[in-house]
Design a protein around this ligand. Structure first.
Ligand SMILES: [Ca+2]
Ligand SMILES: [Ca+2]
Ligand SMILES: [Ca+2]
Ligand SMILES: [Ca+2]
Length: 252
């Protein structure tokens, strides 16, 4: 009986989670995606090989919103991602087609968005709002040499590579890229040793948007392609407007 009651309670809680839509919400633009990420009992190994069973349980979300640049072919760029989580970290798998991989600016803090780079926009409390020179949200720019860069509260680019473990490998004509990300609140302080990542739990809702800057040899990036449509205003403003982010719901 106790076991049955417990099962019933679990079912009720799961139903309650499923029945609570994160969207729509006044702090976000209409038409945001909702992504439900399954919990990983065993953390994926961040090695650019997506052979962990938990990835099979997560669904692909496509990058199809063309924010900058002309139309492109499927040989030039294609991208999609999946998300899973543990109590300690968020894990994101990216799969990309990109015909030319390029990292022209060797200094990781200079014009990094004009090199090929994978962008992960994260808003820990799904607050939406402005986040350019603050940590209301993070916009990690993952370079081909696996560094994670974003603006700090001093208005300058900072290296946040200690927040993100990043590895990618080529497989056929694709890049398979895995990330493990520590999640910080808006209380994060640059250059402090006292920042502690938050513990994640089922039912938590975060803001998430994913994008790729594709350059194949031009002075500036040729395309900027994201996971969320931008209906009005500058389309590349995810680096400062967390209202564009979709809802990431942590499922059991
Ligand atoms: Ca792996
Ligand atoms: Ca390309
Ligand atoms: Ca926030
Ligand atoms: Ca490229």
């Amino acid at each position: 009986m106790i076991e049955q009651a417990s099962r019933l309670r679990t079912a009720t809680i799961l139903l309650a989670l499923a029945a609570t839509p994160a969207l729509p919400d006044a702090a976000h633009y209409e038409g945001r995606t909702e992504y439900r990420a399954p919990r990983a009992q065993v953390a994926p190994v961040v090695d650019g090989v997506a052979d962990e069973a938990v990835w099979e349980r997560a669904r692909w979300q496509e990058l199809t919103a063309r924010w900058l640049g002309p139309e492109y072919s499927s040989d030039d760029f294609e991208g999609r991602y999946k998300v899973v989580w543990t109590e300690d970290k968020l894990y994101i798998l990216g799969e990309f087609v990109d015909d030319v991989l390029i990292d022209t600016h060797r200094d990781p803090l200079v014009l990094y968005w004009d090199d090929d780079c994978w962008e992960i926009f994260l808003d820990e409390d799904f607050s939406g709002g402005e986040h350019w020179y603050n940590h209301n949200a993070f916009a990690y720019h993952l370079s081909l040499d696996n560094q994670a860069i974003d603006f700090g509260t001093d208005g300058k680019p900072h290296d946040y590579s200690h927040h993100v473990e990043s590895r990618w490998k080529q497989k056929g004509n694709k890049i398979v890229w895995e990330l493990a990300i520590d999640i910080y609140t808006d209380a994060y302080e640059d250059d402090s040793d006292n920042n502690v990542p938050v513990k994640l739990s089922a039912g938590k809702v975060m803001g998430l948007m994913v994008a790729y800057c594709d350059n194949d040899g031009s002075e500036f990036r040729e395309n900027f392609i994201g996971s969320e449509v931008v209906l009005s205003g500058p389309k590349d403003r995810g680096y400062k407007d967390a209202g564009l982010f979709g809802a990431l719901v942590l499922d059991e």
